[in-house]
Design a protein around this ligand. Structure first.
Ligand code: MOS
Length: 730
């Protein structure tokens, strides 16, 4: 039965948000709250020789200051933390913007002023922060749990000798920062030995496990709450050090402490998207069949942790090709550690791969879609497994149709609109299915309404709404009769909102809990002599709007309320643990096709994206309205990646120079055209009982290469270095 799933429901939390009644972690009404402000290093490498806090202590309103001289000893072995994350444990500075102190005062202004008075003398050491200069020092990262990230199938040297045409190019992508609208915030409240922490985290349970480790206190003494988060895109996926420092500061001053990052601190307190330099070699026969692919990706990381993104993974599986070698190397720099940013790895890796495919299409004088179809993989070419589902062909077809691709003239510069050059480009997209274990609880109350809970988070995509729909259908209730709660470690364990994994993990848990409690009610009714359903076959019982009846005999039935009232029960509850299982009989991925139209001013090099079409095959879509909105957001992110986003650094100081949204450019409304989003009808029976594959990142992957390819089509200029700014086109 599917009444709610698949329908374009409005956000169930929309009214709370637009009326300001949704309290974000920076707005928790708390008595007697103190304000914390971070002090950050102004050098990239060295030691703190002296840190003079005497003036600070006398400054008005100051309640306390923490530095490495007085901070409590903490363990940095909390889950999710790099091995040597800076938590004020010593005088070592490893990047510019590292937290070296926290000032706590009665007001935010007093704390900020006092923090500005701190005098630090450093013993400065030579820092290396310039990726391009350090490329020759790239290292092979430590093999992770899945072994080496490098891969080899077939014999690529042999494959390339068979090629009639070869593309051999290097593509680069810069550091990017997430810049969610909502500033990262934490409010820490101690009640005796118990810590209650309101945080803009993407995962309350993962945050709690980290804090228990770093603070060295039992996990049950910590409650983490994140009911609403104003965006994140990966910035708060992994626990970051300032959260621990806020908890320590609150304990030190003996009152609740709120810490809100400034926009500038958002660039140094979280990680960033690593920059990459990617060498791609594609070889193909004259008919356009790939004979060999080499993808060698270098990315930056910190001295603290080797963060190694899946930059080359999609190259292993996206096209049929017998000979593929992928290599990943890291360049350790004196800067903060990178962190996932929407579609980490795929977004940058597929930029290189899909630009190279476009270059190959031109070299072969083949239509870019035709080239991709000639290399279409009907099974996963890396492991031979069948796809759980793959409707990429349909994505190409539908996208081409909606875009009007057949009217494209292939010659660069051949399409014009007055003095403007028009370009049409496309690219493929894919993102793996990353389902996790998750748990949920469902209750039916005496009044016939239901409460369903799981300790997931909703950073904006519409999780509250999708889960309400899933639960409503499984309970046989109207969605208005179901309340869904999340964002609290008192609720059942659930994964973090990252890797497109909430609907595909928490969704089945919610569905399972709802079915379990519904079945309990059915069992109660059929075993109860006073019930009209007494003795009925449970398989034959249907539910509509909370009315349980024998499917063949609608009159023979009763409501949830009838059952609970007669049995004098205030509620009935069930929990469910979803486990996606280990056995791999299928290769599971979402797919998509991205189409861009650009208009380029030939005199100014200005690029406008004038149309965008995205078509996605991501299994069942729970809510087409919130899903469409999420895809639009991903495409907007991709437009930013293609044309604007780049965090710049002054390598004399290892310091970001554009750590604000005036100079770090993101698209505004004026930069965004009408975006046409379509989902291919797909229901994947092999991924989970919902048939959903996850949509949060497949929408961003492939956008930047589609635009880069459109720019080439417009101008004949192949820009292999993101972002594609006007200077590169003149
Ligand atoms: Mo997203 S980068 O998986 O939080």
């Amino acid at each position: 039965m599917s009444e709610a799933v698949g329908k374009p429901f409005n956000r169930v939390d929309g009214r709370l948000k637009v009326t300001g009644r949704a309290h974000y972690p920076s707005e928790i009404p708390t008595e007697n709250i103190a304000h914390a402000v971070l002090i950050q290093s102004t050098i990239a490498k060295g030691r703190i020789q002296t840190i003079d806090t005497s003036v600070v202590e006398r400054s008005p309103g100051v309640l306390g200051i923490l530095t490495h001289l007085n901070a409590p000893r903490l363990t940095t072995r909390g889950e999710g933390f790099p091995p040597q994350v800076p938590l004020l444990q010593d005088d070592v500075v490893q990047y510019n913007g590292q937290h070296i102190g926290v000032v706590i005062a009665e007001s935010l202004e007093q704390a900020a002023y006092a923090a500005s008075l701190v005098k630090v003398d450093y013993a400065v050491e030579q820092a290396a922060t310039d990726f391009k200069r350090e490329l020759s020092h790239a290292i092979a990262p430590e093999p992770g749990p899945g072994g080496s990230p490098d891969s080899m199938r077939g014999d690529v040297a042999q494959g390339l000798t068979m090629a009639a045409v070869q593309i051999d190019q290097t593509y680069t992508t810069p550091n990017e920062h997430h810049n969610p609208l909502g500033l990262t915030a934490v409010t820490a409240v101690w009640e005796g030995e118990r810590l209650i922490l309101y945080d803009t985290t993407q995962g309350v349970h993962s945050m709690r496990r980290t804090l228990a480790g770093t603070l060295g206190i039992p996990i049950e003494n910590i409650q983490v709450i994140a009911r609403f988060v104003g965006g994140a895109f990966g910035a708060t996926l992994l626990p970051q050090p300032h959260v621990t420092l806020a908890a320590v500061a609150a304990r030190q001053v003996g009152q609740p402490v709120k810490l809100v990052l400034t926009r500038e601190q958002m660039y140094t307190s979280h990680g960033y998207r690593p920059q990459t330099s990617q060498h791609l070699v594609l070889g193909a026969t004259a008919e356009g069949r790939l004979t060999g692919i080499v993808h060698e990706a270098l990315a930056d990381t910190s001295q603290l942790q080797d963060r190694n993104e899946r930059i080359t993974s999609a190259t292993q599986m996206l096209y049929q090709c017998p000979n593929v070698t992928t290599i990943r190397r890291l360049v350790r720099l004196d800067k903060g550690t990178p962190t996932p940013m929407r579609a980490p790895g795929e977004a940058t890796g597929i930029f290189a791969l899909e630009c190279a495919m476009d270059e190959l299409a031109y070299a072969l004088q083949l239509d870019p879609i035709e080239l991709r179809l000639r290399n279409y993989a009907d099974a996963d070419p890396e492991n031979g497994l069948p796809w759980s589902s793959k409707a990429l062909r349909e994505c190409y077809e539908l996208g081409a149709q909606r875009f009007g691709w057949q009217r494209r003239t292939p010659e660069p510069g051949s399409m014009r609109d007055g003095r403007y050059l028009i370009g049409w480009g496309m690219a493929s997209s894919t993102y793996p299915y990353l389902g996790n274990a998750a748990s949920a609880r469902a209750k039916i109350w005496l009044d016939g309404s239901a409460l369903v809970q799981s300790g997931a988070t909703d950073i904006g995509p519409g999780t509250y709404t999708a889960m309400t729909q899933i639960a409503a259908d499984a309970l046989g209730l109207a969605a208005e009769r179901v309340r869904f709660e999340l964002g609290d470690t008192n609720l059942p364990d659930a994964p973090s909102q990252g890797g497109s994994r909430i609907v595909i993990s928490v969704g089945p848990a919610v569905q399972g809990a709802a079915i379990a409690v519904r079945n309990q009610m059915i069992q109660r009714a059929i075993a109860d002599q006073a019930s009209p359903l007494y003795g009925a076959n449970p398989q034959e019982i249907a539910i509509e709007n909370g009315y349980l009846f024998v499917a063949q005999d609608r009159a023979r039935g009763e409501t949830y309320t009838d059952i609970l009232a007669r049995q004098e029960l205030p509620e009935v509850e069930a929990t469910f643990d979803f486990n996606p299982g280990e056995e791999e009989q299928f290769s599971k991925h979402a797919f998509g096709a991205q189409f861009a139209e650009v208009r380029v001013d030939p005199d100014l090099g200005e690029v406008r994206v004038t149309r965008f079409v995205g078509v996605y095959a991501a299994g069942r879509i729970i809510n087409p309205k919130t899903a469409r909105s999420q895809m639009i957001g991903g495409i907007v992110g991709g437009i930013g990646m293609a044309l604007m986003e780049e965090t710049r650094m002054d390598h004399r100081y290892g310091r970001y120079t554009n750590a604000n949204i005036a100079e770090y450019l993101v698209p505004t409304h004026a930069d965004i055209p009408d975006i046409d989003v379509t989902f291919v009808d797909e229901d994947d029976p092999h991924v989970n009982p919902l048939g959903a594959k996850g949509i949060g990142e497949v929408c961003l992957v492939g956008v930047a290469p589609a635009i880069a390819n459109a720019i080439y089509h417009a101008t004949g200029k192949r820009i292999r270095e993101l972002p594609i700014t006007p200077d590169k086109l003149l």
